[in-house]
Design a protein around this ligand. Structure first.
Ligand code: GYE
Length: 321
């Protein structure tokens, strides 16, 4: 090889090394992630969306956002569009548990990693890199445990249940956890149960129909799979001259600002917290995966439980007022 050729070859290698360096750097620092969100059905969901966007911005991640409007077909279309755009990774917050295999297979075929966030999927675990979520079964258990002790002095407690979205793991698991605990206490019984789709209007409508079909004086408590449905139910109770939080006890999940307002006003008794701040863990998991690390199958997000005694200060802190 002539010395000129040698110099050229060395230069080519140098450029190649530089380019690889840039590409590796790109995978870590300049990520484009597609986020298929359920919708904006609840206050919690909106906080979760905002938290995901704020954290992406803080980390310099380009987040392509899709609002599925609570419809699986919209979410599947969003995933296909992310795949077509060749994103670095996809975050899926699935509306329901089943029916994801085909589109997850498509992502895998294109080597695009998918992270499941919040609600679960029943798909083969090899289709996603990990799941970032809280434990919904535990939330149901904690909610029931509170009601058991709150009604310890009563001979019986008839419960009406406002379920979340049919087929969603959040609704299925919360129901499982709650029922598991009350099954141990014969005094507690669910006398009516229907889905309010995790929305305020849904919760109000279902509660109205319960109050029209069951003598309100025989209802001891309302168990709502989220705060928004309970807030709708509070409206329905008040319109019928019932004093929620007193005549009928309440227990729900999420810990959104409005439930603290309701507790401070004496209209609600307790809420189980669900943290909307899952962006940090989710983006870190994607970065770790792309760097070749092995992830655990589940990254858990913890939550607490709140009562009227701290509601005023929590409301002020959480609503920013
Ligand atoms: O509790 C509810 C939202 O998937 C666990 O979805 C989540 C639930 C949350 O609409 O408010």
């Amino acid at each position: 090889m002539s010395s000129r050729k040698l110099v050229l070859a060395a230069l080519a290698v140098f450029v190649l090394v530089l380019m690889t360096g840039v590409m590796v750097g790109q995978a870590q620092d300049d990520l484009t992630i597609g986020f298929a969100q359920v919708g904006s059905e609840s206050g919690w969901r909106t906080s979760f969306t905002n938290a995901m966007m704020a954290e992406a911005e803080a980390q310099g991640i380009t987040l392509l956002f899709s609002d599925g409007q609570q419809r699986q077909e919209n979410q599947i279309a969003a995933l296909r569009s992310f795949i077509a755009q060749g994103v670095d990774a996809i975050i899926l917050a699935p509306v329901v548990e089943t029916g994801w295999d085909e589109v997850l297979q498509e992502a895998q075929d294109e080597s695009i990693p998918v992270l499941i966030i919040d609600r679960n999927v029943t798909a083969d675990p090899s289709f996603y890199i990990t799941r970032v979520a809280s434990d919904f079964v535990h939330e149901g258990r904690v909610a029931a445990a509170w009601l058991v002790q709150a009604t310890a002095s009563r001979a019986e407690c008839n419960i009406v249940e406002l379920q979340g979205t049919v087929g969603s793991s959040a609704a299925l698991d919360r129901q499982t956890g709650f029922n598991e605990v009350i099954a141990l206490f014969p005094s507690l019984e669910i006398v009516a149960s229907q889905s309010g789709d995790f929305t305020r209007t849904g919760g109000k409508e279902v509660m109205e129909s319960f109050l029209n079909s069951i003598d309100p004086a025989t209802i001891c408590a309302v168990w709502a799979h989220n705060d928004d449905m309970l807030i709708g139910a509070i409206e329905a109770m008040k319109e019928q001259g019932i004093d929620p939080g007193d005549d009928i006890l309440t227990i729900s999940v999420d810990a959104i600002p409005d439930i603290f307002r309701a507790m401070a006003d004496g209209d609600a008794n307790a809420t189980v917290e669900l943290s909307p701040n899952m962006g940090v863990q989710a983006y870190q998991a994607i970065k770790d995966y792309l760097a070749g690390e092995t992830l655990p199958p589940l990254i858990s997000v913890p939550g607490g439980m709140y009562f009227p005694d701290t509601a005023e200060e929590e409301y002020a802190a959480r609503s920013g007022s």
